[in-house]
Design a protein. Structure first.
Length: 142
């Protein structure tokens, strides 16, 4: 069990069981421009990773953070619980790095390919980045 103390409010933390806080996820509220700060990573990332979407549960939009160990074409598929594809997010070729903040991560507006809002429920998102494939679960609550 991992116990965290003295945690400040209004932040998203990346926590690993048995280790504790291993990072933070920055978010950018709508309507606010970046203040010129740039996130950088020291050294080379060793693995691809898909993080939990935030917020979760969400309504009507969510962000999907991920990290890449090398430049690659990135696609994220959003699926209903039944396995039916709802939406494909074609992110294009991305450089090696962490895509954690709201302005960098993948964005889903809660709509299907036809632009219609999807209903409340459990959805799955799958990242495909080269040979890397990983899936996580998210919940839309209206």
């Amino acid at each position: 069990m991992t116990e965290l103390q003295d945690i400040q409010a209004n932040q998203f933390l990346v926590i690993k069981e048995g280790v504790g806080i291993i990072g933070t996820i920055e978010t950018k509220p709508k309507g606010i421009e970046p203040d010129g700060k740039v996130t950088s990573t020291w050294g080379r990332l060793k693995e691809n990773k898909l993080y939990q979407n935030y917020p979760n549960p969400f309504n009507p939009e969510t962000w999907i953070p991920y990290q890449l160990s090398k430049p690659t074409e990135v696609t994220i598929g959003i699926y209903e619980e039944s396995g039916r594809l709802v939406r494909t997010l074609e992110l294009g070729t991305k450089k090696e790095g962490s895509y954690l903040s709201g302005s960098q991560s993948a964005y889903w507006d809660g709509k299907n390919e036809e632009g219609e809002s999807v209903s409340s429920g459990v959805y799955f998102y799958t990242i495909k980045a080269g040979d890397f494939i990983e899936t996580k679960k998210m919940t839309l609550v209206k």
